[in-house]
Write a protein of this length. Sequence first.
Length: 131
Amino acid sequence: HARAAALAPDAVDVRERSFTVALARARQFAATGDLIQAQALYLHARDTIRETTAQFGERAAYARAEAAAALGAGDDAGAEAALKRWSALERQALQPHLMLADLYARQGKHAAAVSERVLAGAPERRLRPLR
C-alpha cells in the first residue's frame, strides 16, 4: 500500500485503503502480543486518517476509524475527540456513545459514563468497561 500511495498520494481510495490495512495489521499484532508493533501501526493509521480527513473532509467512517486507531494506540484524548465527532456526524449511532461510556468508565469519570450510556439508551446498572 505504501507504493500505491507514492504513485497517487491524493487519491482518497488509496489513503482509505492505507489506513484500513494499517488498522487490520495493528489488530493482528495486538492479538499476537506484539504491542510495540501494534501501537506503531495504530499511530500510523491515526495519522493517515487525520491527513485524509484534512484533505478530503470529515466523514463518519473516518471519525470511527480514527477512534479505533486512537484507542488502540492508547491515545484517550484523541479517541474521545474522534468519538464525539462520530457521534455528531451520525446522530442515530449508539456505538460512539457506548464507546465513550467505556472510555469514561476506565478513566473513573463515572458521571460522564452514565450520561453517555443514557444517550445510547443503555441502563445505568449495566455500566462497566466493555473490555
